[in-house]
Write a protein that binds this ligand. Structure first.
Ligand code: F6R
Length: 357
């Protein structure tokens, strides 16, 4: 039931802070420590390379997860689009371990890969929102998102839920590795829930920005580097799928190698600037588009903000900023679709779970 909300998508965006808190509570033991099933942690520890497989938004969550695992655990990670992996399987390492990300647990492209890997005798973990779903039943291990049912076709709380669960998993593996904690994961996820709330409280302001940026526009770009590039990909998918504005998420530095020729007078270009080591470069890349007529906007953190930046997030740990920076992008997409009078929850040509290959 969407209650007083006009669309499920807005309700599900709003539910994200509570979902973060629920995830932390669910994965806490009686002593208040975050824990993950020992067998899953051991399977990760025994692996020389993790392969993350998913489609669409779930694959985008996997990109963020790959950074979390590499940075906290030092295990190399590859992220693969399920429909590509199935027919163009990469050469696997000696001790691969597989993580399937799927909100529904029913995506045929992902299932196809899992069936193949099961036949080859490999173990896999499914991270899903749906208990008892096909991908959960067919994988050796399952971790649940606990974010509540997601009804809108455009995925929001499942994306942030998947990242949070991978963060808790990476933190548990780090502990088992005997590595010092760079920060307290439970505490940081709680701060993130608060930061998400701050963004959600700014929805009217974000609506104005969306109207200003996207009215009568046919093309748009999101840019960023590293983590911010991964969020750009997700932000672009969200905007394009529900507003029908053709949007690309681009690596900030790559734009000038061809794609910048698409920038015209008024083309919206939105930059994510949340990582200290790439902030100056992304600002430079955004400036290059502005000097070619782009209508620019910046999503940044308090720590890196400049006077003229449009959307400023409370500062959280840089490894976890996607959890917060994606929220204004979800809202921008929502309002772009709403302004156009579209059915936000049911974009044309799409189904919630894609059960054909
Ligand atoms: C985009 C979206 C899709 C799904 C994709 C995978 O908003 O919802 O890209 O993420 O179809 O679905 P699941 O996660 O159910 O496997």
């Amino acid at each position: 039931d969407k209650g007083t909300y006009p669309f499920y998508m807005l309700k599900e965006i709003d539910e994200q802070p509570a979902a973060m808190r629920r995830i932390v509570q669910t994965y806490q033991n009686d002593a208040g420590e975050l824990t993950i099933d020992e067998d899953i942690v051991n399977a990760m520890l025994a692996s020389d390379r993790i392969y993350i497989i998913g489609a669409g938004t779930s694959m985008h969550a996997g990109l963020v997860g790959s950074q979390l695992i590499e940075q906290l655990n030092g295990i190399p990670v590859e992220v693969h689009v399920a429909s590509e992996f199935a027919y163009n399987m990469p050469i696997l390492t000696e001790k691969p371990f597989f993580i399937f990300l799927s909100q529904s647990g029913e995506t045929a492209d992902s299932r196809q890969v899992l069936v193949q890997l099961n036949q080859l005798g490999y173990d896999a973990l499914t991270i899903t929102n749906v208990k008892g779903s096909t991908l959960s039943r067919e994988a050796k291990y399952t971790l649940l998102l606990h974010v509540g049912p997601e009804i809108a076709v455009a995925s929001t709380k499942a994306y942030t839920g998947q990242i949070a669960v991978m963060a808790i998993l990476a933190d548990a593996v780090r502990q088992a590795q005997g590595k010092a904690a760079p920060f307290d994961m439970g505490q940081e996820l709680s701060l993130i829930a608060n930061a998400m709330e701050t963004m959600i409280d700014e929805k009217d302001h974000i609506h104005e920005i969306a109207t200003d940026l996207f009215t009568d526009k046919r093309h748009a770009f999101y840019i960023g580097r590293g983590m911010d590039y991964y969020v750009s990909s997700e932000a672009a998918l969200k905007l394009k799928e529900i507003s029908y504005i053709q949007t690309e998420g681009f690596a900030g530095g790559e734009l000038k190698h061809g794609t910048i020729s698409l920038v015209e007078d008024g083309t919206p270009v939105i930059a994510f600037i949340t990582q200290q080591n790439t902030a100056a470069h992304t600002r430079g890349n955004l400036e290059e588009t502005r000097s070619r007529g782009a209508q620019t906007a910046v999503i940044t953190t308090e720590a890196l903000a400049r006077e003229t930046d449009q959307i400023v997030l409370p500062t959280v740990n840089e490894l976890l900023t996607p959890l917060v920076s994606v929220v204004p992008a979800q809202l921008l997409a929502y309002y772009a679709s709403l302004d156009r009078g579209l059915d936000v929850d049911k974009p044309r040509n799409l189904a919630k779970a894609v059960t054909v290959e």
